[in-house]
Write a new protein. Structure first.
Length: 465
């Protein structure tokens, strides 16, 4: 009985859209594919089945309906951008297996952990370092950083129902808001970022790994600097000094001992990957090829085994749902639905200056995330049509693609369900829903202002528009 409601919502959406008369100017195949696409997104949100299974059903329905051929239905499985994120998942497994991820976290904790605010910055710095190689923000925040935060809170007697405000609530909230920002700073920082880049390519906008990171550098670092300070003022911890945290970090590092051979190999490979991703265009090397080089090194040195690769369920799951959504979005564009939508909405905004129209579109895109429980679902449903409309009203294409891409991460911080780490950290019980939403809303305004005001100045300097 518990699974009936999601099935009813998903199937009901498909049937309803299937029966609605096709809009003038849109082919019947495009409208049927749109119905399947929306039902797939609803299925991903309501989860009558796991995400990958819902995606397989979406591909099957698309082919059986005649909206796409079987070749088109499976075409995205060979997409190089999709494989970039899959490879990043494989590499991220090395950070957990070797213990390098935890070592980096403890190192930052030992350096900055003597004060509560410094501890928060230390955890955010850890997230920032790991973000380029670990595309799952849930794995970074919930799998590597959260256990450390929980240990620190316990060390200071800060429990969810007893002393949450001593330190636990503050460090968990700052860590969460930090991972929302770091996820947006790298193309491989969040699983849906390559999806946004691929969809931007459908509008003729090329976004490389290096360009994404360079454009995010200044607004991202400023947000990471400001957000913990603002939370510290609005939601201050009762304990301001945390020498116990630094001592705990030193003890854990001593117990781990010197870096192992596998950690050194992973660290050197990671640095090599960053260099190849940054300078890949100059070397005529695609970022996916660079990823394959890094993964091959880890396999050849046995830092990762083939069993490790097979066991990385998140990567294979991402390959399935990513390919299904990219295929549908691509075909909707090819069949004319996205151009029709952009022209229709663009006409309604034609009297406005492009800057005003783009700001309105961006804010609607951002705050509509209150209705989504997944960054991926939001990007899949709204990124391409909103980008197409933004371009149609005169916004510089690269600027529009990047802003919507960054917002696809930043909007995850507004609710306790909007992105992967949110249920994990909110579920710890340290922060009540009212404070989570109140502070999430305030931080969202800060992020929007920083990325649109400071970001736009920086983007002008580096030639984005």
């Amino acid at each position: 009985m518990k699974r009936a409601s999601p099935w009813l919502v998903t199937c009901g959406t498909l049937i309803l859209l299937w029966l609605v008369p096709t809009p003038r100017g849109v082919s019947i195949d495009a409208w049927h594919l749109f119905a399947i696409f929306v039902a797939t997104i609803i299925g991903i949100i309501t989860k009558p089945l796991p995400m990958g299974a819902v995606a397989i059903l979406g591909i099957t329905a698309s082919v059986l309906s005649g909206a796409v051929s079987i070749n088109d239905g499976l075409s995205a499985f060979g997409n190089r951008v999709i494989w970039l994120i899959v490879i990043a998942f494989f590499i991220s497994r090395g950070f957990i297996k070797t213990g390098l991820g935890a070592r980096i976290a403890y190192r930052f904790m030992s350096l900055f952990g003597k004060r509560t605010l410094g501890l928060a910055y230390g955890m955010i710095a850890t997230d920032l370092v790991l973000a380029p190689a670990i595309p799952s923000i849930t794995a970074r925040s919930g799998g590597i950083i959260y256990p450390l935060l929980r240990s620190i809170a316990r060390a200071y007697g800060s429990e969810p129902r007893d002393g949450a405000r001593k330190i636990g609530a503050f460090i968990i909230l700052t860590s969460f808001q930090g991972t929302v920002i770091t996820g947006g700073m790298f193309l491989t920082g969040m699983a849906a970022n390559p999806l946004a880049a691929k969809l931007a390519g459908e509008q003729g906008v090329e976004i490389t790994w290096g360009l994404w990171a360079l454009a995010a550098l200044v607004p991202g670092l400023l947000s990471l600097l400001l957000v913990p300070l603002i939370i510290y003022k609005l939601y201050p911890p009762e304990i301001k000094k945390t020498p116990e945290a630094a001592r705990l970090a030193h003890e854990e590092l001593a117990q781990m001992g010197p870096m192992k051979r596998s950690e050194w190999i992973l660290l050197v490979t990671f640095i090599l990957l960053l260099l190849l991703w940054i300078f890949g265009r100059a070397l005529s090397l695609h970022s996916t090829t660079a990823g394959l080089i890094g993964l091959s090194i880890l396999l050849l040195t046995k830092t990762l085994t083939w069993d490790d690769i097979l066991a990385e369920k998140g990567a294979w799951n991402t390959l399935i749902w990513f390919s299904a959504l990219v295929m549908m979005a691509t075909q909707l564009n090819t069949l004319g639905l996205i151009p029709w939508f952009s022209e229709s909405v663009g006409e309604s905004l034609s009297g406005l200056p492009w800057l005003t129209a783009f700001l309105l579109l961006s804010l609607v895109y951002f705050y509509s995330h209150y209705f989504f429980a997944s960054n991926t679902a939001h990007v899949s449903a709204m990124y391409l049509p909103f980008l197409a409309v933004a371009i149609s009203v005169g916004a510089p294409p690269l600027l529009a693609a990047l802003v919507l891409g960054y917002f696809s991460n930043l909007f995850g911080g507004i609710t306790h369900y909007g992105t992967g780490p949110a249920p994990v950290l909110f579920g710890s019980g340290y922060i009540d829903m009212k404070d989570w939403w109140r502070l999430g809303g305030l931080i969202s305004v800060v992020n929007v202002l920083v990325w649109l005001a400071v970001g736009s100045a920086w983007w002008k300097v580096i030639g984005v528009y």
